[in-house]
Design a protein around this ligand. Structure first.
Ligand code: FAD
Ligand code: SF4
Length: 336
């Protein structure tokens, strides 16, 4: 491990001053991802700014039904919040499907959203990786890519995004709250689905945040009246395992059984939480028969670029998406 300076920020202004004082500064929240990457030599900050003392540790349920989650709220606290469990069960389900109890007790909301890919070559400084070391190549294409992305990839990078929480928040139309620090000119509210960038030729640039931007929280609007929602995750083990594929589904139904609102997000299949807009378009206003839902799921994957060892994800994700939509949309006991 390389030497670095550790500073504990006493307030947002102090954090800003520290971040701008050193181009090698980085933020430390729960540290469950950053510290691992520092040990591996992947992250090499010269200054670590600890933000655990900042006033971003609250879960607020507003009168209008919206939810505001502070950046440093622990994953376990958010998952266990009674109002979240009752009104946003998708969030609790996604969080509890991730990591382990110990990790969730430490990991934070913003840290979870900004954690780095688990691509094994990204974590191995001895291997080529365009994300970690631009221009060195992508070892995953010819190597181990079973867990990586099939949608939104580029020739430069096929990494998948690891966060379960981000997928649930994408389906809930969440907004990321930012305190621009650098020149103070950046946006202070970013729709979560706009936070992340596709890899293109610059996979090292994963979000639209600029160096020094501090995420202060996430705002979730009230779900539509009568919404049913669910998070489903396929993983190799019951705990300590990232998504092979995951789906976050929110639906509301008209009286005639047609889908009034359909929001679908996918995890484990793309470099970012993937909002399945094409499938949503094909399903909105329609009665969700099995054939229709499956064809909408297949349409979402029409642009997939699977590799030999992850091609199975296309059918698997379409299956999980189809079954989850049908389970939420079907009256109990009925078969469509
Ligand atoms: C064995 C294991 C299994 C796991 N399984 C899962 C899983 O199944 N699903 C899942 O979703 N996750 C999983 N995780 C990942 C875990 O959830 C993340 O490590 C954690 O959420 C990161 O949060 P943190 O607060 O510890 O972030 P940190 O490690 O402190 O920070 C992560 C990144 O975010 C940046 N950052 C943090 N806070 C802010 C802020 N406020 N503003 C701007 N930048 C910020 C940091 O600078 C850093 O770059 C697993 C981790 C491990 C080790
Ligand atoms: S998939 Fe992306 S993160 Fe993985 S080796 Fe290739 S460039 Fe690096």
């Amino acid at each position: 491990m390389r030497p670095f300076v550790y500073e504990r920020a006493t307030g947002p202004e102090h954090a800003a001053a520290l971040l701008t004082s050193d181009p090698g500064a980085t933020l430390l929240a729960g540290g469950t991802n950053l510290v691992d990457l520092m040990k591996l030599g992947v992250a090499r900050p010269s200054l670590v700014v600890d933000i655990n003392g900042l006033p971003y540790d609250r879960v607020d349920h507003r009168d209008d039904g919206s939810l505001v989650v502070g950046a440093t709220v622990r994953n376990s606290d958010l998952a266990g919040d009674p109002g979240v469990r009752r009104r946003f069960p998708l969030l609790s389900e996604a969080l509890l499907a991730g990591a382990s109890g110990q990790l969730r007790a430490r990991a934070t909301t913003a840290g979870n959203l900004l954690q780095r890919t688990r691509c094994v070559y990204f974590q191995d400084i001895g291997k080529p990786c365009n994300k970690r070391a631009p221009g060195t190549g992508c070892a995953a294409v010819e190597g181990s890519h079973r867990d990586l992305a099939v949608l939104g990839t580029s020739d430069a990078c096929v990494a998948s995004h690891p966060s379960d929480l981000a997928v649930a928040l994408a389906a809930l139309d969440a907004t990321v709250l930012v305190r621009p620090i650098g020149d103070g000119q950046g946006p202070s509210r970013i729709p979560l689905t706009d936070l992340y960038r596709l890899p293109g030729d610059t996979p090292d640039r994963e979000t639209v945040l600029r160096r020094g931007d501090l995420v202060t929280g996430v705002e979730v609007p009230p779900p539509p009246v009568g919404a049913a929602m669910r998070y489903r995750k396929v993983r190799d083990r019951w705990s300590f395992a990232f998504a092979v594929v995951s789906v976050a589904v929110l639906v509301t139904l008209d009286e005639d059984g047609a889908l009034r609102d359909v929001r679908l997000a996918l995890g484990g299949v793309a470099p970012l939480p993937w909002r399945a807009r094409e499938a949503e378009r094909l399903l909105t206003g329609r009665r969700p028969t099995r054939d229709l839902v499956r064809s909408a799921a297949d349409a979402e994957f029409a642009a997939a670029r699977p590799l030999p060892h992850n091609a199975f994800k296309v059918g698997l994700a379409a299956d999980v998406l189809t079954e989850t939509v049908l389970a939420l949309a079907a009256p109990a006991g009925s078969e469509r």
